[in-house]
Design a protein around this ligand. Structure first.
Ligand code: TXA
Ligand code: MG
Length: 354
């Protein structure tokens, strides 16, 4: 299949942008697939109400079809059609955080095909804030099912380059738009609104504290952090090995000076064996490392920088054939909790305490 690649820049005249997005929307309406930017990661979109489109998405990603898709909408009122009823707490969260990086799970209505929800009676819904995403969803008819636009198992793409690397030849169109503001770089927070006490199934930029401030008590799915938990994660996708770079990744946690010293001892040993090493560092320690490839995740005071860069780092380590990667650990709190969750998954939960 030939993939059309179209680019949208902030400086493009609005009429030209609309033209392009109406073309992209018509592909979705005909049952095709289009990758599009969002403020979290690029999505691989198809018509959420068309069962064949869901099947095509699973095939393009190489993803098991029991893993449900998120339905993206462009206005809050579109939610009515997708769910059997809207809990009051969901209304509050939609008012507070949409458009934005929050996905809510509710009981689905009959018009949502089981192919879209991976056979579940619930549906995940999100209204993204990226202006290109919003206009594209509108042009596509208002309901776009989209997982992240990576091949299954790879880090989610935060730039068009990596969407093209994974999806060129597999889908109809890629919308490249990398110069938007407000980019987060990690997938949305997922909250299950069907439980009495809403539960966070995947941490993200919208934190548990932010959610609790709006609706009171919230739970967090224990399987997110505990590799040894014998419970199945409530978000089916969270059970799969994810984001993993080709190199072996380990997280190192402890007093900063000890972390740097430990990592340097390890990278020295690897070097003596002729193995290529990499480090993900925050800026107070970044000058202390002796690895071959060092990535600066920015300041711990502004974890959004680390969130923005994390998936690109993981992809770049692959591009640079790094064999052993060490990352400083992050806190299990706030936005750092989302960063740590993705790092733990990428590392297969390998964490060294020093
Ligand atoms: O930020 C995001 O959410 C991005 C962008 C493209 O919007 N999308 C994304 O989709 O991360 P995906 O498919 O990579 O991750 C969706 C997660 C999976 O872990 C899936 O199992 C879970 O959401 N999920 C979807 N529907 C669900 C449902 N009805 N019940 C439980 N988990 C659900
Ligand atoms: Mg994904």
């Amino acid at each position: 299949m030939e993939t059309q690649i179209i680019t949208i820049n902030k400086s493009d005249p609005p009429a030209a942008v609309l033209d392009k997005l109406s073309w992209a929307g018509s592909i979705i309406k005909r049952g095709g697939l289009v990758a599009f930017p969002t403020e979290t990661v690029y999505g691989l979109g198809g018509d959420a109400l068309n069962p064949d489109a869901a099947q095509k998405i699973y095939a393009a990603k190489g993803r098991p079809s029991d893993n449900p898709l998120i339905v993206h909408i462009a206005q809050i009122s579109s939610l009515d059609k997708l769910v059997s009823s809207i809990p009051d707490k969901a209304k509050k969260l939609a008012q507070a955080f949409w458009p934005g990086s929050l996905t809510m799970i509710m009981n689905k209505s009959d018009i949502v095909p089981l192919q879209t929800t991976g056979g579940l009676g619930t549906v995940a819904v999100r209204m993204p804030s990226h202006p290109v995403a919003l206009e594209f969803i509108k042009q596509a008819g208002g309901y776009v099912a989209a997982p992240s636009a990576n091949l299954s198992g790879k880090p989610s793409p935060t730039t068009a380059k990596y969407v093209i690397q994974d999806m060129n030849g597999r889908i109809d169109m890629i919308i490249a738009a990398d110069d938007s503001e407000g980019v987060i770089g990690l997938e949305s927070t997922i909250v299950d609104m069907t439980a009495d006490i809403p539960a966070i199934l995947r941490p993200g930029y919208i934190t548990q504290a932010m959610i609790s401030r709006e609706i009171g008590e919230t739970d967090i799915d224990v399987t997110i952090f505990d590799a040894d938990s014998d419970k199945a994660p409530k978000a089916p996708g969270m059970k799969y090995r994810h984001y993993a770079p080709k190199g072996e990744l380990a997280l190192v946690e402890g007093d900063p000076e000890k972390v740097a010293a430990y990592i340097n001892r390890q990278t020295q040993l690897h070097k003596e064996r002729g193995e290529k090493t990499g480090v993900i560092a925050t800026d107070t320690l970044v000058t202390k490392y002796n690895a071959d490839v060092i990535k600066n995740a920015g300041s711990r005071d502004e974890p959004l920088t680390a969130a923005n860069r994390l998936y690109t780092f993981l992809r770049e380590f692959d591009d640079e054939n790094v064999e052993f990667i060490y990352s400083e650990a992050f806190k299990n709190d706030g936005l750092e909790q989302a960063i740590m969750n993705r790092l733990l998954k990428a590392a297969g939960h390998k964490i060294i305490k020093v």
